[in-house]
Write a protein that binds this ligand. Structure first.
Ligand SMILES: [Zn+2]
Length: 136
């Protein structure tokens, strides 16, 4: 049999919020819409990779989060337009404001989580996947 060479797919690790170094340890505590406020673990419990690799590193995630929020707001704006049969009069202003405000509120835990995942997985050349750690 030899040693296993089965690698965890990058997409799986990305969607599940797994460590970019080993793709096994969890980046966050708790679930995305759980009762406890989700936090970012200091380091990976599986391989020891630090997530905030330098002080203030996650400030960069704010830009990712901002971009995600823009896309979401535009999508919600168009969705509201189509679902309300193209209403664009002054009275429907509050409909748009309400949908976009509540939608953004609802999506904020998702933005928090995926902005950091995108930063760690796609925008951090210092953190590389190492298959040697991708085993139980
Ligand atoms: Zn790890």
């Amino acid at each position: 049999m030899g040693h296993s060479t089965k690698k965890t797919p990058k997409l799986y690790a990305l969607l599940k919020g797994k460590c970019p170094h080993c793709r096994r340890g969890a980046i966050f505590t708790g679930s995305i819409y759980g009762f406890n406020i989700q936090r970012t673990n200091y380091k990976c419990a599986h391989c020891g990779q630090r997530f905030e690799i330098e002080p203030g590193y996650f400030y960069a995630a704010m830009y990712v989060s901002y971009a995600m929020n823009m896309v979401e707001m535009i999508t919600m704006g168009f969705a509201t337009y189509y679902l309300s049969d193209g209403r664009l009069d002054f009275d429907s202003l509050w409909l748009y404001v309400g949908v976009i405000f509540l939608g953004s509120l609802f999506l904020s835990p998702l933005n928090y989580r995926y902005s950091r995942i995108i930063l760690l997985h796609l925008l951090s050349p210092k953190i590389k996947y190492n298959a040697n750690f991708d085993k139980p």
